[in-house]
Ligand binder design. Structure first.
Ligand code: 3Y8
Ligand code: NAP
Length: 250
């Protein structure tokens, strides 16, 4: 009896949910509950954490989950580590659906940094206008450089005061397009962009806009994730499921 838990929250997870629904699979889409109104999915959906590895392992057992697909964002390192630990402990086959990192191309002016702290250090001394396309969880780090004007793109309106004195906010959830991102960077006279290497199509528009406008991008590289079976397309996940995946994928 195949029952799939799809750890989602990305464009690719949504594409896989469409395939699972189309194939009539018994599958459950899982959101963390980070945003006020996550996009509806074509399969049953749950929202909220599991309660760490123990909570996720118990969830797998109690819900007779036979397969787990980790289609979370490459910076969602916590849930990916928990999924691997819970699936190893319960002997549940696991596969990760991950998109390839964005690659720097001709005309790109990228400055690779390892993490948010390094991105803060990479900003210039002279007051600049910085597009922080990294959501809201990491904003406080930039309070160390209050002399810049920051453009923040958030999924939901901020609940309380922002940690940055000189900031303007755009509320949008993506996926984004090149015309829109180019117009945004021009209208806000942006001089620098800070991005995470999310990969995929959903948020790559800002990189094409930066190239067109010849703007530097401070690119935060992905955190290292534990070794687990990995595919890069929703179709490959369906093949894994239909070939009676039994290997634990670890
Ligand atoms: C809650 C689900 C879809 C999926 C859309 C993708 C594309 C837009 C790239 C920018 C970068 C950012 C952010 C981003 C991307 C897609 C995809 C992707 C980056 C939603 C979603 C959830 C989240 C959580 C949210 C984080 C935030 C990060 C915004 C839904 C829209 C900046 C990551 O307010 C908060 O607390 C937001 C938190 C984690 C990073 C952060 O630290 O703030 N994503 N994003 C998921 C859940 O609850 O489980 O609300 O519908 C999904 C998407 N985010 O179906 O169209 O890559 O697939 N999301 C980053 O890359 O740095 C935006 O603005 O250019
Ligand atoms: P994270 O730091 O890796 O995980 C933190 C905790 O959030 C996890 O331990 C788990 O709580 C819960 N969680 C995370 N993803 C979950 C899911 N899909 N279903 C149920 N619980 C989940 O996670 P994050 O970086 O905050 O990302 C949260 C969600 O946003 C994920 O769905 C991710 O795909 C999506 N997202 C993240 C980013 C990003 O930049 N990080 C970008 C786009 C989308 P418990 O320990 O209680 O189980």
């Amino acid at each position: 009896m195949t029952r799939i838990l799809l750890l989602g929250g990305t464009t690719e997870a949504g594409a896989l949910a469409q395939l699972l629904a189309g194939a009539g699979c018994d599958a459950l889409y899982s959101y963390a509950g980070r945003t006020d109104a996550p996009r509806a999915q074509p399969i049953p959906t749950r929202v909220g954490g599991f309660g760490g590895v123990d909570g996720l392992a118990a969830f797998l057992a109690q819900n007779a989950i036979s397969h787990v697909v980790d289609a979370t964002h490459p910076f969602a390192a916590g849930i990916s580590a928990n999924a691997l630990a819970a699936c190893t402990r319960t002997g549940t086959p696991l596969i990760a659906l991950e998109r390839a990192p964005w690659q720097q191309g001709p005309g790109d002016d990228w400055h690779h940094v390892a993490d948010t702290a390094a991105a803060v250090q990479a900003l210039p001394e002279t007051p600049s206008r910085v597009f922080l396309a990294i959501g809201k969880q990491a904003l406080a780090s930039f309070a160390a450089r209050p002399h810049h004007h920051y453009l923040l793109r958030l999924v939901d309106p901020p609940q309380g005061p922002l940690p940055l004195p000189n900031a303007s906010v755009v509320i949008a959830r993506g996926p984004f397009d090149i015309a829109g991102d180019t117009a945004l960077l021009r209208a806000q006279a942006i001089t620098h962009i800070v991005a995470r290497n999310a990969g995929g199509q959903g948020a790559s528009a800002k990189l094409a806009a930066a190239r067109a406008l010849r703007l530097p991008v401070i690119m935060i590289d992905r955190p290292a994730l534990p070794q687990r079976q990995l595919v890069t397309s929703p179709g490959a996940v369906m093949a894994w499921l239909h070939h009676g995946a039994t290997d634990l994928g670890v």
